[in-house]
Design a protein. Structure first.
Length: 122
């Protein structure tokens, strides 16, 4: 399952990669309560689903975060759009038909990213 949103901020891939590290996740997304520790490419967060290891990777167009120990294999990417006028938020899980409550929480997570990016970088 996947969900998308567009944050109306013009950020390049380079800006996303340089400014969106694990250390700032809680500042940019209300669904992430706090960062417990981080070392650049890996860390631990407490979020709306509980406490999870998080990994960060730069990719073409932006950055990807993943919760490798999450039973649903949740991951999200933040990438520049082709026209450069927005940031695409793309969140996926490894389930085709999750519980409705979980779908709602993912939609909240994606929306919190949209709001947070627009607040932090708008």
């Amino acid at each position: 399952m996947e969900r998308f949103a567009l944050a109306r901020v013009a950020l390049t891939a380079q800006t996303l990669q340089s400014r969106l590290g694990i250390a700032v996740l809680a500042d940019c997304c209300a669904s992430i309560d706090r960062v417990l520790w981080h070392d650049g490419a890996e860390g631990e967060i407490y979020c709306l689903w509980g406490q999870f290891l998080v990994r960060r990777a730069c990719l073409r167009g932006g950055v990807r975060f993943a919760l490798p120990e999450c039973p649903n294999a949740l991951a999200w990417t933040l990438t520049e759009t082709a026209d450069g006028g927005a940031v695409m938020i793309h969140c996926t899980i490894a389930r085709v038909d999750p519980e409705p409550e979980f779908v709602e929480s993912i939609e909240t997570f994606v929306e919190d990213w949209r709001i947070g990016l627009e607040r932090c970088f708008g």
